[in-house]
Design a binder for this molecule. Structure first.
Ligand code: MEV
Length: 445
């Protein structure tokens, strides 16, 4: 892994995430395997298991406002990931069936080509200060730049700890919008290295701190003082090589599967309607890791989609090609502003354990893992779409949720799901019929 401006190699360890038959175990057995993978202690496993006040009401009440309770979601573990030569188990919190299975499956395919490789830029974010009613905006632009050191000093006085860690406000730019619906405005960009923090609070405080100085320098008025979620200088990248033999199916040569995946990618590359769904498939892998680790997934979503439109036309965030050896090769690059210190990452007990399981030592490393999960989810979706179609696998996995929604109890769910899959009729109405049938038989018997 390469971090531009960081030069650290942080993904460590010598573990095996290729846990065969993991999906066939029950949750308790899976938890034990996860514990064995990483030497998590009983407390950690208790936090991953959830429930029983892991996130206490008292703690939740300190996290947001007007709290009346907590809301639980399933936490699954994606297996098989190999990232820069090191095995990882990836915690994913999500409500949609087939995401964890898809990511694990694609990670297994990726192993055949040596797993995922990653890199990232330094964790640079942008804070914006909007200046309006500035007399002589072009002149003012230069005045601001002349005061750069003083402004950076004021900004850095807001976050001494960030500066001590080697981060902080590093640069300042001034953009002139000569025309807007309200007239001309200057927008100052404060360029901040956030190190292992997501950085929103530090940046917003810095922007607020320099705003009065900017007003003084320009004679204008500062309105907005806030970070930008288009974090296009805080990028994470993942790439993968999948040999044709890994993609081979009973009914299809690996080469033909690759051809289908490349056509699926081509569709997303040219058509924004398809690109949106394609990118949603990428975010299917990323958001669950963000949620599991207590990160702000709305921020990452906003940045990702804006980045996908950076050319002026919304397109695919990933690329898929065939290399000279006939392998499928995929890449993903996107803005990924995540933190491993502060906010919910520190406060939510399960998020802490998720980070421990991931064994990440920097925000960059977490961002790179997210990129791998995104690329894996994308690969899983494209492969299914190019072959059997998405519904077969998805509905199979969805069938248990449908049975549950129809009112089936623990002991009835698997049987109803099995029968719906066998009949290829995975529908709420059929689940209700089967449930009624089963209960009638049980009451007669
Ligand atoms: C569903 O959650 C995600 C997909 O629609 C992604 C895609 O179409 O690439 C399957």
């Amino acid at each position: 892994m390469q971090h531009e401006g960081l030069n650290t190699n942080t993904i460590m360890g010598n573990k095996n995430s290729r846990i065969q038959g993991f999906y066939q175990l029950d949750p308790q057995q899976r938890l034990e395997r996860v514990g064995a993978f990483d030497g998590l202690n009983t407390d950690d496993l208790h936090r991953l298991r959830g429930g029983q006040g892991v996130l206490s009401l008292e703690r939740a009440d300190k996290m947001i406002e007007n709290v009346v309770g907590t809301f639980e979601l399933p936490l699954g573990i994606a297996t098989n990931f190999q990232i820069n030569g090191h095995d990882k188990l990836i915690p994913m919190v999500v409500e949609e069936p087939s995401i964890v299975a898809g990511a694990s499956y694609a990670a297994r395919l990726a192993r055949a080509g040596g797993g995922f490789r990653t890199s990232s830029t330094a964790p640079i974010m942008i804070g914006q200060v909007q200046l309006v009613h500035v007399p002589a905006p072009s002149f003012a632009q230069q005045l601001i730049l002349e005061q750069k050191s003083r402004l950076l000093e004021r900004a850095n006085a807001q976050s001494r700890s960030l500066v001590q860690l080697g981060g902080g406000a590093q640069e300042l730019e001034v953009h002139l919008f000569a025309d807007s619906p309200m007239g001309a405005m200057l927008v100052v960009h404060l360029i901040v290295d956030c190190r292992d923090a997501m950085g929103a609070n530090a940046i917003n405080s810095m922007c607020e701190a320099i705003a009065p100085m900017l007003e003084e320098i320009t004679g204008g008025r500062a309105y907005l003082r806030i970070l930008s979620n288009l974090t296009d200088r805080r990028l994470a990248r993942a790439r993968v090589v999948v040999p044709p033999h890994a993609l081979k199916r009973e009914d299809m040569r690996g080469e033909d599967v690759i051809e289908g995946i490349l056509w699926a990618y081509a569709f997303a590359a040219v058509d924004p309607y398809r690109a949106t769904t394609h990118n949603k498939g990428i975010m299917n892998g990323i958001d669950p890791v963000l949620i599991a680790t207590g990160n702000d997934w709305r921020a990452v979503e906003a940045g990702a989609h804006a980045y996908a439109a950076r050319s002026g036309r919304y397109t695919s965030l990933s690329t898929w090609e065939r290399d000279a050896q006939g392998n499928l090769v995929g890449t993903l690059e996107l803005p990924l502003a995540v933190g491993i210190v502060g906010g919910a990452t520190k406060v939510h007990p399960a998020a802490q354990t998720a980070l421990k399981l991931l064994d990440v030592r920097s925000a960059n490393e977490l961002a790179e893992i997210c990129a791998c999960a995104g690329l894996a989810s994308n690969l899983a979706a494209l492969r299914a779409l190019a072959c059997e179609g998405i519904q077969q696998g998805h509905m199979g996995l969805h069938s248990r949720q449908i049975a549950l929604a129809a009112g089936a109890q623990e002991a009835e769910i698997d049987e109803i799901a099995r029968r719906m899959v066998a009949e290829r009729q995975i529908k709420p109405a059929r689940a209700a019929e089967l449930l009624a049938e089963m209960r009638q038989v049980a009451s007669v018997g």
